[in-house]
Structure formats: structure tokens, C-alpha cells
Design a protein around this ligand. Structure first.
Ligand code: DGL
Length: 276
């Protein structure tokens, strides 16, 4: 039995969709979450910048004695997962590979759509992950940047969201995909609206669900699961604006949260700014 927490980071509040699945799938596990709210969004930043942020986030969480790290942010996974896995010697799981595996096993037509931030789509990471599993699957991708603010504004189920979704997704629908991979932390909140546009015949794949299932398997394989030890805790850190994180985060997590503040300096160094 290993009671150490699982570390999870995201550019902000969106990774709570992954945390939610982790808690639901592994109710016995403790977690430490870091939302880099001072530097969100990652989706419009360069790979170099996102990788530098990801390394700092990982260092901070590893200093909290985590047993496994989940990179909940799709953009950070796309750009930085390999670098993190090279640098740190704990198991590190991103959201792209699990989502890609689930999408490939779900598609009958072998036509998969992927939506995500500009960075995630430009990186080609989902495209490559799907092709690595099955070369014959046709992959159509589309960046949908406005879905992030719509989810945070709690406008996921409004006419504005439906109009935006139609604008982004109609081409994908016409391409004949039968599976659409939600390659961004925020998109699970828009499932109803996305489904409304894509129709019932298109299955939506949530990377968060796939990732939680993979982490569950890994904990058992590495013999580091908490095995329902009972006394678990969920601790939250943010790099800025804890009040906004709590307010917006409640929509993502649907439970009471404990937020602790890391004071953000303009050059962010977790080891220097890690005061509670
Ligand atoms: N968390 C990001 C992702 O999943 C979305 C928000 C952002 O752009 O930082 O790619």
C-alpha cells in the first residue's frame, strides 16, 4: 500500500475534469493539484514556453512527495510529456495516449476527429498518437479555442455555444467521422452542445476518462495503489487568483475544494514561491 498522493497539474482550472475522473475511478487515492492560473492559457503559447512551465510545475509537485504525476493539460502533454519523462523518475502519464487508444478502439468507420487548443492541434500529437496505434485510421483535426472561455463562463449550454460549435464542427461532421476526441480539458463541459451539433451517430471520447483508467492500471502494475486506505485528502495549489479558481472550479469538480495559494512572482520558480 502506498498512501502518497497522485500529483496532477494543468494550466488552470480545466484539469479538474481529469481530477474528477481520478477521484471517481480511484476513490481511495489522495491527490495534489496544481493549477497554473497565473500563466493560463497554455493553448496559445509556444512549445518552448509550455515545456518550461511544465517542468516547473512537475518540480513543484514532486517536492510534495507524489508517487505518480498526471499531466492533465492536453497542450502540456503535447509539448512536454517526453521531456518530463526524461527528467523525472516517477511514472508520468499524459492525456493524449489514453485518449487516442480509446478513440481508435471506438471507431468503426476508422475516421476520427480530434478537437483541442491551437497548440495541441498544431503539435500534431494526437494525430501521431492515433497513427502510431493504427496507421489506417483517418484523422481530422480542428482547433476550437473559444470552447475554453465558454466553459469557464458557464455558457456551455447556451445559443452562443451552439453557434460556436456549429461553426467549428460542421466540417468535421461532413467529413464522416464516427468518433470525436475531446482533446482539451474544458471540452467535457460542452459534451451536450458538441453532441447536439455532431448528432447521436458520433461518439464523443473524453481523454479524462481514458487517462483515469490508465492511471488505475499503472498504480496496480507498479504496486503503488493506496488500496482504499480510507484517510485520503485532496489538496489544491494555484499560482494566482485562488478565489476565481474556487468559483470556476466548482463547475468542473462539483465538490468542496480546499485551495492553497502559491504566490506568483514574475519569474515563476516553485521552489522559491512554494509558501502556503
Ligand atoms: N488545459 C488546456 C488544454 O487542455 C486548455 C486551456 C489552456 O489553453 O491552457 O489544452
Amino acid at each position: 500500500m502506498d498512501k502518497r498522493p497522485i500529483g496532477i497539474f494543468d494550466s488552470g482550472v480545466g484539469g479538474l475534469t481529469v481530477l474528477r475522473e481520478v477521484i471517481e475511478t480511484m476513490p481511495g487515492e489522495s491527490t495534489v493539484y496544481l493549477g497554473d492560473t497565473a500563466r493560463v492559457p497554455y493553448g496559445t503559447k509556444s512549445g518552448e514556453t509550455v515545456t518550461a512551465y511544465a517542468i516547473q510545475n512537475a518540480e513543484f509537485l514532486i517536492s510534495k512527495d507524489i508517487k505518480l504525476l498526471i499531466v492533465a493539460c492536453n497542450t502540456a502533454t503535447a509539448y512536454a510529456l517526453c521531456e518530463l519523462q526524461k527528467r523525472f523518475d516517477i511514472p508520468i502519464v499524459g492525456v493524449i495516449e489514453p485518449g487516442a487508444e480509446m478513440a481508435v478502439s471506438a471507431t468503426r468507420a476508422r475516421q476520427v476527429g480530434v478537437i483541442g487548443t491551437e497548440g495541441t492541434i498544431a503539435s500534431g500529437a494526437y494525430f501521431e498518437a492515433i497513427k502510431a496505434i493504427d496507421q489506417k485510421v483517418v484523422v481530422r483535426t480542428r482547433a476550437c479555442p473559444l470552447f475554453v472561455p465558454l466553459a469557464e463562463e458557464d455558457w456551455a449550454d447556451t445559443d452562443v455555444a451552439r453557434l460556436t460549435a456549429r461553426k467549428y464542427l460542421l466540417d468535421l461532421k461532413q467529413d464522416g467521422i464516427d468518433v470525436l476526441l475531446l482533446g482539451c480539458t474544458h471540452y467535457p463541459l460542452l459534451k451536450k452542445t458538441i453532441s447536439y451539433v455532431m448528432g447521436d451517430e458520433v461518439e464523443l471520447i473524453d481523454s479524462a476518462v481514458a487517462t483515469a483508467a490508465k492511471v488505475d492500471r499503472l498504480l496496480i502494475e507498479h504496486n503503488i495503489s493506496a488500496k482504499g486506505s480510507g484517510d485520503r485528502s485532496h489538496v489544491f495549489f494555484v499560482t494566482d487568483s485562488p478565489e476565481r479558481f474556487e468559483e470556476v472550479g466548482r463547475k468542473f469538480l462539483c465538490s468542496t475544494m480546499q485551495t492553497e495559494l502559491i504566490t506568483h512572482e514574475s519569474t515563476y520558480k516553485p521552489e522559491e514561491t512554494g509558501k502556503k
